[in-house]
Design a protein around this ligand. Structure first.
Ligand SMILES: Cc1cc2nc3c(=O)[nH]c(=O)nc-3n(C[C@H](O)[C@H](O)[C@H](O)COP(=O)(O)O)c2cc1C
Length: 219
């Protein structure tokens, strides 16, 4: 058994998405002691921004005419997709940045989709794999709040992971991670603490789901 974990936070210290993903990982590992974890720290070691364009343009040329950049981009996409195909479970930790998806995660997804095994419209080679998406947001986007509808990342990530790649996705979310950092949000401290606790509980639950050992909850 093996777990593939991708972190897209640009921070290492104090990253809440990493902390929550650590909980998921620990639960998985508790059920699968000694098993392999393959990690990608996309936020601190991003995919080269030119790789996607090179891989896309290569598709319009015969293989023996590919430039060294195109060859390198295809090799990178192949190796990244291999990692997902070889893993038994997947864990993604991706924060909200500037009301949209992390550019590092988008660049990685775009490159992955150049590989015929994960292209839109084909039966994905990773369909059905148990997957946890951890996502955190500094603010609050619930229905009725001033920023309702401003989160343009979560639904897109869901579309790619669940609908394009047909993964079996469970989501752990936490909002208001900027409470305690931004003094303007101090009035929400109690709510933020509750949200943090709830996210940790869900992370433990989904960690067990990922390992395939969760006890189904009664309806
Ligand atoms: C450059 C930058 C842009 C951000 N943009 C948003 C945003 O648009 N909306 C939001 O709710 N939080 C935003 N945040 C806050 C992050 O979502 C929040 O700090 C989150 O906890 C970051 O993930 P991490 O804790 O794993 O590093 C932003 C943070 C940074 C550094």
């Amino acid at each position: 058994m093996s777990l593939f974990r991708l972190d897209a936070s640009i921070r290492v210290e104090g990253s809440r998405s990493r902390q929550i993903a650590d909980i998921v990982e620990q639960e998985w590992l508790a059920e699968r002691p000694g098993e392999t974890i393959v990690r990608h720290h996309l936020g601190t070691e991003p995919v080269p921004a030119t790789a996607w364009g090179s891989a896309v343009s290569a598709a319009y040329l015969p293989e023996d005419e590919h430039t060294p950049d195109q060859q390198a981009a295809i090799a990178l996409a192949t190796s990244y997709v291999d990692e997902l195909v070889e893993a038994d479970a997947l864990l993604f930790a991706v924060p909200l940045y500037n009301f949209g998806v992390s550019q590092h995660f988008k660049t990685w997804v775009d490159l992955m989709i150049t590989d015929p095994r994960l292209a839109a419209g084909v039966e994905p080679a990773i369909a059905g794999k148990p997957t946890v998406l951890v996502t955190v947001r500094g603010g609050m986007y619930a229905a009725g709040t001033p920023r309702e509808g401003w989160d343009h990342a979560t639904s897109w990530m869901h579309r790619i992971l669940s609908d394009v790649w047909k993964l079996d996705v469970s989501v752990v979310e936490q909002e208001f991670t900027l409470v305690g950092v931004n003094p303007a949000l101090d009035q929400f401290k109690e709510m933020a603490a509750e949200l943090a606790q709830k996210a940790e509980h869900t992370a433990r639950e989904h960690g067990r789901t990922l390992a395939g050992t969760a006890v189904p909850q009664a309806a």
